[in-house]
Design a protein around this ligand. Structure first.
Ligand SMILES: Cc1cc2nc3c(=O)[nH]c(=O)nc-3n(C[C@H](O)[C@H](O)[C@H](O)COP(=O)(O)OP(=O)(O)OC[C@H]3O[C@@H](n4cnc5c(N)ncnc54)[C@H](O)[C@@H]3O)c2cc1C
Length: 326
């Protein structure tokens, strides 16, 4: 079965596919055409808890374990630091939510293993009248660094090309199969094939501030994530039906408005915007990624959506196991 694989797309999905093939000592080349990529703008946060109802995300434990193992292996192989542990500090929106959090812990709900008890002390500059609760095991993966470091490695080994591919091209000569990881770049073709891939537009700001969150990411509807010294990412927006991705005035206002009540006036007024980015998250209609053969010898891995960092390691490993077990 082995032979040579063409991976199309060098975002998070294509990078993890390359990694799985490297580990199995299988031959491949990556094509990427440099078109817009969600992975180049993503903040890369992961969180085993869904805050809306205070429950675990699907398969939280298994996904977290595989995620840590995969990104740690890549860190060692490429000599980079991409995995950053940063507890999320959830600001309670009201007394009922706080009580819900307390009850989840008191009653030993499955989500409780990820939750820390309520805290009333918060860092200077943070406004949290009903207190906060933390998720200790969360953090973020530097996806732009991951993808660029992997691409550099593959270029140096002669297995990366700046090139476009479409399903019409089929399996190019010299290859035995294609794994299509084009994110939203594949949308028109996959839609024709009956896969309802959608583009979820997101915007994100980079801010300068001397606020000290003591290593935590702040969450109150939106999130404020410490990125580098005195630098934060503020995100993200979600919008359907945006054809061309670009940062917008309304996106910026939405983000800033959402964080106003979480910060003291002094801290908020001193925020300095240094960057504003946007991208399209490739999303399936039921939020479950698409994997499998779409036309003979062309396999798709797409639809990683909003939680790409956490779900991609398992999705990609399972897809590659299945593909090469035949
Ligand atoms: C603003 C924003 C914030 C986000 N924050 C988070 C977060 O905090 N946590 C999280 O887990 N996820 C987050 N995401 C989602 C995450 O970015 C995605 O789940 C993930 O990056 C998708 O990876 P992908 O490889 O499928 O697609 P992409 O990253 O889009 O990669 C597709 C690649 O295919 C290439 N390509 C496209 N068409 C062609 C073609 N015809 N030929 C050759 N190459 C082609 C593109 O150039 C690109 O490099 C965020 C996304 C956005 C937009």
């Amino acid at each position: 079965m082995a032979g040579k694989t063409l991976i199309v797309g060098a975002g998070l999905a294509g990078t993890l596919v390359a990694w799985e093939l490297i580990k199995r000592d299988l031959e491949f080349t990556v094509y990427d055409n440099g078109s817009p990529s969600a992975s180049r703008v993503a903040a890369g946060m992961y969180n085993p808890v869904s805050f809306k109802r205070i429950v675990e995300v699907d398969d939280a434990e298994e996904r977290m374990e595989l995620m840590h193992a995969t990104y740690s292996e890549i860190e060692s192989e490429l000599g980079i630091k991409i995995l950053n542990r940063a507890p999320i500090m959830r600001i309670f929106p009201n007394a009922q939510y706080r009580e819900h959090w307390v009850n989840r812990i008191a009653k030993g709900h499955p989500v409780a293993k990820w939750l820390r008890p309520v805290e009333n002390e918060v860092p200077d500059g943070v406004e949290a009248p009903w207190g906060v609760g933390k998720v200790s095991e969360s953090g973020w993966v530097n996806i732009p660094l991951l993808t660029s470091a992997m691409n550099e490695r593959l270029k140096s080994e002669g297995c990366f090309e700046l090139k476009s591919w479409s399903i019409q091209d089929g399996v190019p000569e010299g290859f035995d199969r294609v794994i299509d990881c084009r994110g939203v770049g594949a949308k028109p073709e996959l839609n024709i094939l009956g896969l309802r891939l959608a583009a979820d537009h997101g915007e994100i700001l980079t801010l300068k501030s001397t606020l000290d969150l003591q290593g935590s990411t702040l969450n109150k509807v939106k999130w404020l994530m410490p990125f580098e010294k005195d630098t934060f990412k503020l995100g993200a927006t979600y919008e359907w039906g945006v054809e061309k991705s670009q940062p917008t005035k309304s996106g910026k206002e939405e983000l800033l408005t959402a964080i106003t009540s979480a910060l003291s006036k002094e801290v908020y007024d001193a925020l300095e915007i240094t960057n504003h980015e946007s991208g399209h998250r490739p999303t399936s209609h039921d939020r479950k990624p698409y994997t499998g053969e779409v036309v003979p010898k062309v396999y798709v891995i797409n639809g990683l959506g909003t939680r790409g960092v956490l779900i991609a390691p398992k999705v990609v490993r399972n897809a590659i196991d299945e593909l090469f077990s035949v």
